[in-house]
Each structure stands twice: as C-alpha cells, then as structure tokens.
Design a protein around this ligand. Structure first.
Ligand SMILES: Cc1cc2nc3c(=O)[nH]c(=O)nc-3n(C[C@H](O)[C@H](O)[C@H](O)COP(=O)(O)O)c2cc1C
Length: 341
C-alpha cells in the first residue's frame, strides 16, 4: 500500500515534535515522514505541507483528528475545581474548557487541495464522502484503530489501510473509543486479531523502537511500522526541551495512561501532575486539553517536567538521539537483515 523502501513510518506527533524537517528526513531515508494537523490552524497545516515539499520530493503523510462528542460539563467543572491550587501556585488562570472540532472540515479541504499523498485519521472514523474526496485527490487513506471491532468499522469508510495501535504506544489512544478498558490490547495480539477481522493492509504502532521490534511487527502481518517515541530525540524533532531532558534522564521512569492533561487517554512518563490528577480526570476531549493549556505552558516555560504531558511509549528507554535519516536506515536495515530480506 505505501510502497516504502524501508518499512518505517514516522508517527505524526501533534503538539510540537512533528516538523517538516523531521518528515522530510524520514521520507528521504526511504521511510514515510508525517506531519500532524492536530492543534494547528488550517493555514499552518498548508504551510507545513508546502515547507515539507521544499525539502523532499518524496511522499509523506498528514494526520488529522476526527472530532468526537462533548464531555459532561459538570464533570469538567468538578475537574477544574481540583486544578485551582495548581493554577494558583503557577500564577496562571485555567483555560476555557470549550468543545471544538479542531477545524476539521477546513483541514480536510486543505489536504484535498494540496493533494497530500497519505492522509491518516485518529480519534474517530472519517465519513465515507471525506475518504472518497481524498481518493479523488490521489491520497492513500489510513484510519487508526485499537480493537478488531474498530477495524471492521474503519473498513466500511473505504479506507485503504489501518494504523493498528497497541496499548504500548506513546501519546493518545488513537481509536474512536475512549472508554476505559477498550482498545488496550498489546500490539502483537491486536495485529493478529485485526488481520483476521478486517483483512486490510496494516501499519503497526506501539512500543516499536528498534530493528527487532519492527521485524516482529512485520512477521505478525504489518506492512510497515509506525514509530513515534523513537523519533522524539532526533535533532529534527520539535520536542520541547523539558520533554527531551525527561526522556534522556528518565530511562527508568515508567509510563502510564492518563486523561489528566487532555481528557483523552494518553501514555506518558509518570510525573507529579499525572499522579495527582489522573484519578479525577473525566473523559472530555478537548475540553480538558484547553483547561490545562495555561498550566502546561507555565511548566514548560519554567523548564519543569513535573507539570507537562511527557508523551512516551513503553519502549522509551531505548530511544536514541540520532539524526532521523540515520535512525530510519539503522532500524530499517536491522529489521531487513533479521527477516533475511
Ligand atoms: C509525542 C507524541 C505525539 C503524538 N501525536 C499523535 C498525533 O498527532 N496523531 C496520531 O495519530 N498519533 C499521535 N501519536 C501516536 C503515534 O501515532 C503512535 O501511535 C505512537 O507514537 C506509537 O507508539 P510509540 O510512541 O511507542 O512508537 C503521538 C505520539 C507521541 C509520542
């Protein structure tokens, strides 16, 4: 489906880490680089696409968040009350917990107009008319799933393939459901179940950091491996300074799933904010994301890793600070040699 020289997809990483330079370096090395449209304005997405095209003539992908239903306003209000002490300590107000669709329709229109070669969707299923508009513009369309049932639903949208995300993955759970206990399969089991249920080309994601783990995912039926955390320390990544330091110095730090930062389950390094607020955090995305934005900005500015979302997958201790192209070549070639290809 993706016809890659090396079967490595650099995961789209919203919130800073994904940059045109990172995406281009990965595509130039024979993988597939990705941009993240999440949290960006439609104009910024268009600029990123055009900037990437100045750096590489090769194919790359863009990922879009599909909007979901609003959360319970009462639950969001109660959660906000529990964050007041943090806000006072940081000397900032809380953000406005508004529900929004992250300019979904306008972003899809940009991707159609710019004829982006690969488009992936996360947090939900795109409508079939959106998939066919992208097909008409020449795109390969992928949908992120975390259960066999979601895979069957994703196939019905007309998508060309699935990003199959195991529970090991850093960042948000990418499937349509954000219910506790739903979509928490280990990657290898999920690949076998999804292949059986939906029979579409699969890109495997979650905890893959080196040639051996990528080879394992390919043996389990994936066409390519999507790695996020492995790229966070690359010089081309826009990973914030405190996040980078936490990854470099916290090799023994465990990860956990939490809604504390955004209102949607996501995996990150365990820190103070995650420990103190996970139990009370409601399922309300992006309301909670907006609520905690000033708190996270203050911690980031202070260089304090204890108050920010340190997204990382379970394999984070193995990530290396290498240029992205070199990383793709190393991991891709190690996987190929293990597979005798
Ligand atoms: C910092 C960070 C940001 C992420 N942002 C996105 C995103 O915008 N869209 C998306 O589909 N997945 C996102 N993900 C999840 C990745 O697509 C992928 O599932 C995950 O990185 C795979 O697990 P790994 O981090 O262990 O490699 C993000 C992951 C990380 C670590």
């Amino acid at each position: 489906m993706l016809e890659l020289e090396r079967p490595i997809v650099q995961a789209p990483m919203a919130g800073g880490p994904s940059t045109p330079a990172l995406a281009a370096a990965v595509s130039e090395a024979g993988g597939l680089g990705s941009l993240a449209a999440g949290y960006r304005t439609p104009d910024a997405v268009r600029e990123d696409v055009r900037a990437t095209r100045t750096l590489t003539g090769r194919r790359f992908g863009v990922n879009v968040f599909v909007p979901g239903p609003p959360g319970d306003p009462e639950a969001v209000h109660r959660y906000a009350e529990g964050l007041r002490a943090d806000a006072d300590r940081a000397g900032v107000g809380l953000g406005e917990p508004a529900h929004d669709d992250d300019a979904w329709e306008a972003k899809v229109a940009v991707l159609v107009e710019e004829r982006v070669p690969v488009v992936s969707f996360t947090f939900g299923l795109p409508r079939p008319d959106v998939v066919s508009a992208l097909h008409d513009a020449g795109a390969t369309v992928l949908v992120t799933v975390t259960t066999p049932e979601e895979a069957v639903q994703a196939r019905a949208t007309g998508a060309d393939g699935l990003v199959v995300q195991g529970v090991e993955a850093g960042g948000h759970r990418g499937g349509p459901s954000d219910e506790d206990g739903v979509g928490e399969y280990g990657l290898l089991t999920l690949l076998r179940l999804v292949r059986d249920a939906a029979c579409l080309p699969m890109v495997a994601a979650g905890g893959l950091v080196d040639g051996a783990s990528v080879a394992a995912a390919l043996v389990a039926g994936a066409e390519a491996a999507q790695l996020g955390t492995a790229f966070l320390l690359c010089p081309e990544a826009g990973t914030g300074a405190a996040h980078r330091r936490a990854l470099e110095q916290g090799r023994d730090t465990p990860t956990a799933l939490t809604r504390a930062f955004s209102g949607r389950r996501a995996r990150g390094l365990v820190n103070r904010f995650l420990v103190e607020h996970s139990a009370a955090a409601p399922a309300a995305y992006p309301e909670v994301h907006h609520l905690t934005t000033p708190l996270r900005a203050a911690s980031r500015q202070a260089g304090d890793p204890e108050g920010i979302n340190l997204w990382a997958g379970q394999g984070h201790a193995l990530c290396q600070a290498l240029p992205a192209g070199e990383l793709v070549r190393r991991i891709g070639d190690e996987a190929a040699s293990l597979l005798g290809r």
